[in-house]
Write a protein that binds this ligand. Structure first.
Ligand code: OAD
Ligand code: ZN
Length: 244
């Protein structure tokens, strides 16, 4: 895979580097994506944006948990892939490196990334719907635990951002700040249709970042990218990693 002289130069000079990842980076670990490849995730005949919604938490939290426990069961045997590992190494290669993810699968952390801005939460965390107490689960706690809060007895829900909900403010604010400052911004394995996450790439570009996309398919972001790799994330990142 050819790396342009333009990108080589940016890689050599850039101190502030941001990476935004989506489901595609975990595809090679065996984690199904939501879109792409011609398919859309469906749970018991329901589109995923219907089951993963704030409305469904209010109306049928047990079913929401059934979907998330199913996904946690799929994740149980999934390991970080080469792309996750390369990005974990980049935290020590660039002076100011920020990893932002839309994924909730925890694979960046499992690969060794110390700081990850998780815009959509984490599938191994939950919180009480009444008092907000947070709970942490190990990867193999399936089904989820606890079911009820040990402080107030209310039900516990997944600590993930669902359709109709806001992103965690502190995490988003930090991601926005880092995106604005970035000299080099990678957008990897995301269909770039879910906002405000996708908007971070636009924000970076508007503020002068060199924008690089890695995705086997075109996305709405392709047009504004300085370079696009039509490749799997592990292949493109291996090639780029060789010239750093
Ligand atoms: P999508 O499923 O929408 O998009 C996955 C993207 O990965 C597609 O553009 C694929 O072409 C690409 N892809 C597939 N295999 C790849 C590979 N090996 N390497 C690189 N790219 C590959 O996933 P996201 O964009 O992450 O939100 O979806 C955004 C959000 O929509 C998710 O965070 C989730 C969902 O609703 C919430 O749950 C809040
Ligand atoms: Zn509680």
């Amino acid at each position: 895979m050819r790396i342009s002289s333009r990108l080589r130069e940016v890689l050599r000079k850039a101190k502030k580097v941001c990476v935004l990842t989506g489901a595609g980076i975990s595809a090679e670990s065996g984690v199904p994506t939501f879109r792409g490849g011609g398919g859309t995730a469906v749970w018991k005949g329901m589109p995923f944006d219907q089951i993963s919604s704030a409305k469904m938490v209010r109306e049928n939290l047990d079913e929401v948990w059934a979907w998330f426990d199913y996904r946690r069961d799929v994740l149980k045997d999934c390991k970080p892939n080469l792309a996750h590992k390369i990005l974990a190494n980049w935290q020590d290669k660039f002076e100011d490196f920020t990893l932002i993810t839309q994924n909730i699968d925890n694979l960046h952390k499992e690969a060794g990334s110390r700081k990850v801005l998780e815009l959509h939460g984490n599938i191994h965390r939950s919180y009480c719907i009444k008092c907000n107490k947070r709970f942490f689960m190990t990867k193999d706690t399936i089904p989820h635990q606890p079911e009820f809060c040990d402080e107030c007895g209310s039900k516990v829900r997944p600590d993930v951002v669902l359709f109709g909900e806001f992103l965690p403010f502190d995490v988003y604010e930090k991601a926005e700040q880092k995106s604005r400052q970035a000299e080099l911004f990678f957008i990897i394995g995301t269909s770039a249709v879910v906002y405000p996450a996708a908007g971070l790439a636009e924000l970076a570009k508007l503020n002068g970042a060199f924008l690089v996309e890695i995705n086997p398919e075109e996305t709405p972001m392709t047009e504004i990218c300085d370079e696009s790799f039509r490749a799997k994330s592990s292949e493109a990142l291996s090639a780029i990693n060789q010239v750093i």
